[in-house]
Design a protein around this ligand. Structure first.
Ligand SMILES: [Zn+2]
Length: 467
């Protein structure tokens, strides 16, 4: 398919300019003030054209528990989450679709799904998410979430003797599963890429991390993990390795330009220097960090050190939505309170670049996407500047980032295929999705998590809270 977008507003060095842009097959093939039209004509008048953003860290199955989990810190929140995790591949399929819809309607064209797997039905879980993402047409990076230690191991011992049950799947079986996943599902040309994604040092053995690095090297795949999201994780890393988690990850060769790291809240100056030196990417998930009380990631310090930063929504049970524009707004303005020097603050244009190009760079795809450049992939979004939430007319990018845009995405293309038309998803029936999500759920509120009850006393003791 070919498209000519006519007369759209695009950011330029001096402000904005009006351009025509052509898409042929999967790429941007021409861009100029005026082009002879080819293919389908799209009226870009009074619309802002931007590269698609990357939702660079989420867990789609959490959608089933959004708005539900008690106010708890990560370690206990995870215990409740896993006590009530979906157990049917059909649920994985529906929540992946839902995640994709919310991402697309808030300016995202790519999603990194750190996918929670149903125990014993791991391959079916992955297949269900792949099917959803292919049907809707978002560019998907499937990162099966793996570990080989059980949840209580993520809480520091504080010098006490702690025994943990073995994890439900062995290290070798998990690595075999990843190898099979790569062979069966890694099809970047079809919009599905597999990412190797151990959950984090707090729940992974040295052997598992070594196996992940080996797989990533062998298949040239991106690496992804949670890193130092909470104070507890920082303390645990010291207990486990006698050094910071970042120093350890550098030593074992986990860090590099293909590596993206979610959260990065509890890093010090020397850790930050290591991320810069290894060209690793930080994925900033501000809403999740606030919701779980994890802290404020030192994003301004990362930027000053030259560390690439992108944005993620994180799973919908710690956010509790998948609205990228909301994450970008909070994730850029939040840091104004951390540094009085306003020259370090993140401007709306910088925030947009972090979400698009920063996201692409974190997936080692900065040459392929993330900017409006002839030759790059046609992953594009048109915003309707006549939408009530973007009026009156001031600075379109300022409005988009600092305002509260609602239903502002008019059209979107992924890999040259139009997936949003006139504000509606063009590839799937969203009414059907709405109905299925309604039918597969019920109203609920308080629920008792057995695992939270088991872990809470030790957590409070070790974290210095009254018991
Ligand atoms: Zn996460």
């Amino acid at each position: 398919m070919s498209y000519t977008i006519q007369g759209a507003l695009m950011a330029s060095d001096l402000g904005y300019e009006t351009v025509d842009l052509q898409i042929v097959s999967d790429r941007i093939t021409a861009m100029a003030p005026s082009l002879s039209p080819i293919g389908t004509i799209i009226n870009g008048q009074n619309k802002l054209l931007l590269p698609g953003f990357v939702n660079a860290h989420t867990h789609s199955p959490e959608m089933w528990q959004r708005g539900l989990i008690s106010p708890l810190p990560l370690e206990l929140w995870l215990a409740e989450l896993y006590d009530f995790i979906p157990l049917e591949p059909e649920q994985i399929y529906l929540s992946a679709l839902h995640t994709a819809v919310e991402t697309l309607l808030s300016g995202g064209t790519s999603v990194v799904d750190h996918l929670i797997l149903i125990p014993g039905r791991e391959e079916e879980s992955i297949a269900a998410a792949v099917r959803a993402y292919q049907e809707i047409g978002i560019r998907a990076f499937i990162a099966p979430l793996i570990q080989d230690e059980s949840l209580p191991a993520s809480i520091p011992s504080g010098g006490t003797e702690q025994q943990h049950d073995p994890y439900l799947r062995s290290t070798a079986t998990t690595l075999d599963l990843l190898q099979d996943t790569v062979e069966k599902f890694h099809r970047p040309e079809a919009g599905i890429s597999v990412v190797i994604a151990p959950t984090g040092v707090q729940l992974c053995s040295d052997a598992l991390l070594a196996g992940c690095i080996e797989l990533s090297d062998r298949h040239q795949l991106c690496l992804h993990m949670h890193l130092l999201e909470t104070h507890a994780q920082q303390r645990l890393a010291q207990e486990k390795y006698g050094c910071s988690a970042v120093t350890y990850l550098k030593q074992i060769g986990f860090l590099g330009s293909r590596t993206s790291l979610a959260h990065c809240v509890w890093l010090d100056e020397s850790d930050i220097a290591i991320l810069a030196e290894t060209q690793s990417t930080v994925v900033h998930n501000p809403l999740s960090n606030l919701r779980l009380g994890s802290g404020i990631a030192p994003i301004l310090k990362y930027r000053q050190a030259g560390v690439n930063v992108s944005f993620g929504c994180d799973g919908a049970a710690s956010n509790d939505s998948q609205d990228l524009l909301e994450a970008i707004k909070i994730g850029s303005t939040l840091h104004n309170v951390t540094d009085t020097d306003y020259r370090h603050w993140i401007s709306p244009r910088e925030a947009i670049a972090m979400a698009a190009l920063g996201g692409a760079q974190g997936l080692n795809l900065a040459d392929e996407m993330g900017t409006l450049t002839v030759g790059k992939k046609a992953d594009l979004v048109l915003y309707d500047l006549t939408n009530l939430s973007l009026l009156p007319r001031t600075d379109p990018i300022g409005l988009l980032v600092l305002g509260r845009p609602t239903r502002a995405v008019h059209s979107a293309w992924v890999n040259g295929k139009q997936v949003i038309t006139e504000g509606k998803v063009a590839t799937i029936d969203t009414d059907q999705l709405r109905q299925a999500l309604f039918t597969h759920s019920h109203w609920q509120s308080q629920r008792a998590s057995q695992t939270v009850q088991t872990l809470e006393r030790h957590y409070r003791e070790v974290m210095g809270l009254s018991v």
